[in-house]
Design a protein around this ligand. Structure first.
Ligand code: DAS
Length: 335
C-alpha cells in the first residue's frame, strides 16, 4: 500500500500570501508553492497540487464556493484521491467550509484550512496548519464526516466552526459543541462524531437569488427593512437577540410584514452559541413564539452567516417554502 493520495486545492488567503516591500501581504502562492514550503508532506502522503483561485477571501462568493465544490469532485475522481484539503482565507473560511459540507456527497474527507500569519511572518502557521489538514484528510477517522475545518491542531465540524478571534492563531472555535477532535503528535484524533449535515441540491451557477442578512441592535427601528424589499432579495436572514427576539418596531414594521408574505425569513441568534428559543416567551411582538406563529423560520444551531449560505442554496435551487422550513428544521436539536 502506498501513501494516501491527498489533494491540495489552493484558493488564496493569508496561507498563500507573501509580503511586499511595505510589509503588507497579498495572496500570490499556488498549491505547488504551498507544497514546496512543506516538503515533509511527502513523508505522510502522496500529495497532488491544484490551484483553484488566488483570492483574498472577502472576495469569495457563493458561486466561487459552488465552482470549488465541482472542481473538488473532478480532482478526487481524476487523481483517485483518498482525501482533499482546501486552503483559503480565514475571513470566509467558515462559509466556504459549510457550503462544501452541504454539498459534499462522498465519504472522502474534505478538510479546509488557512493561516493567520502569512509566510513572511515569524511563526507563520500556514505550513503547520496544512500539515495537520493533510494528516486529517488522510485519516480513516475523518471519512464520512463531511467537511472539517482544521486550524491550530484542532479539528472542527464545518457545521459549527466560526472565526472567533481576528488575529490569534487560535482563531477558530465551535462555540456550541467545541472541536470534534485534535492532533496529537501529528496524529488526528476525532473522539466526537457529529451527525452528518443534511445534504442539499446543488444550484446552477451563477446563483441569481440573493439573500439579505440583517443583525438587530438595541433601538433598531427597522429602517433598513424597506431596502431589503426594494432590493428584490429572495430571502432574509435576521440575526435576532439571544433567544431569537426582535424589537417590536422591527417585528411590526410594514416592510417586515411584506417580507414575511413574499420570501422566506429565517431567524438566527446573534449570541455566539446555542439556538433560538421555541417556547419560552410570548406576549410581545418580537418574542420567539409570536415570530414563529407569523411564519419566521428558526435557523436552529446555525449562526447567521451559515443560515444565509443555506437559504441562498435552497432559494437558488427553487426549494418550496415548506421545503425551506423542513430543511432548516433538520438543523435544530430542539423538539
Ligand atoms: N484574513 C486573511 C486570512 O486570514 C485574508 C483572507 O481571508 O483572505 O486569510
Amino acid at each position: 500500500m502506498g501513501l494516501p493520495r491527498i489533494g491540495i486545492a489552493a484558493c488564496g488567503g493569508t496561507i498563500a500570501a507573501t509580503a511586499s516591500g511595505d510589509g503588507t501581504a497579498t495572496p500570490r502562492l499556488g498549491a505547488a508553492d504551498l507544497l514546496d514550503a512543506a516538503p515533509w508532506l511527502r513523508d505522510i502522503s502522496d500529495p497532488q497540487a491544484r490551484t483553484v483561485m488566488t483570492k483574498a477571501s472577502p472576495d469569495i462568493t457563493v458561486d466561487d464556493a459552488l465552482r470549488l465544490c465541482a472542481e473538488l469532485v473532478d480532482f478526487v475522481r481524476d487523481e483517485r484521491l483518498d482525501g482533499v484539503v482546501v486552503t483559503s482565507g480565514t475571513d470566509t473560511l467558515e462559509e466556504v467550509a459549510f457550503t462544501l459540507d452541504l454539498l459534499w456527497d462522498a465519504d472522502v474527507p474534505v478538510v479546509v484550512t488557512g493561516a493567520i500569519r502569512n509566510a513572511s511572518k515569524p511563526g507563520a502557521d500556514g505550513p503547520a496548519n496544512l500539515t495537520a489538514a493533510v494528516a486529517t484528510a488522510a485519516s480513516p477517522a475523518a471519512r464520512g464526516l463531511g467537511a472539517l475545518l482544521v486550524m491550530n491542531d484542532q479539528i472542527h465540524a464545518a457545521r459549527y466552526a466560526r472565526k472567533g478571534n481576528s488575529g490569534n492563531v487560535a482563531a477558530f472555535v465551535s462555540p456550541t459543541i467545541g472541536p470534534v477532535g485534535y492532533l496529537a503528535e501529528g496524529v488526528p484524533v476525532i473522539p466526537m462524531r457529529v451527525s452528518r449535515t443534511p445534504r442539499v441540491e446543488t444550484p446552477a451557477v451563477p446563483v441569481t437569488a440573493r439573500v439579505a442578512l440583517l443583525t438587530t441592535f438595541m433601538g433598531d427601528d427597522g429602517a433598513l427593512l424597506p431596502a431589503v424589499v426594494a432590493g428584490g432579495f429572495a430571502g432574509l436572514v435576521v440575526g435576532g437577540f439571544g433567544g431569537g427576539h426582535l424589537p417590536a418596531a422591527v417585528a411590526e414594521h410594514p416592510a417586515f410584514e411584506e417580507l414575511l408574505a413574499t420570501v422566506p425569513v429565517v431567524l438566527a441568534s446573534r449570541a455566539n452559541s446555542g439556538e433560538p428559543l421555541r417556547a419560552t416567551y410570548s406576549g410581545f411582538a418580537g418574542s420567539e413564539t409570536e415570530l414563529a406563529r407569523r411564519g419566521v423560520i428558526s435557523a436552529g444551531s446555525l449562526d447567521a452567516p451559515k443560515a444565509r449560505v443555506l437559504l441562498t442554496l435552497l432559494t437558488a435551487a427553487g426549494q418550496s417554502p415548506d421545503g425551506v422550513r423542513a430543511t432548516f428544521r433538520r438543523f435544530s436539536a430542539l423538539p
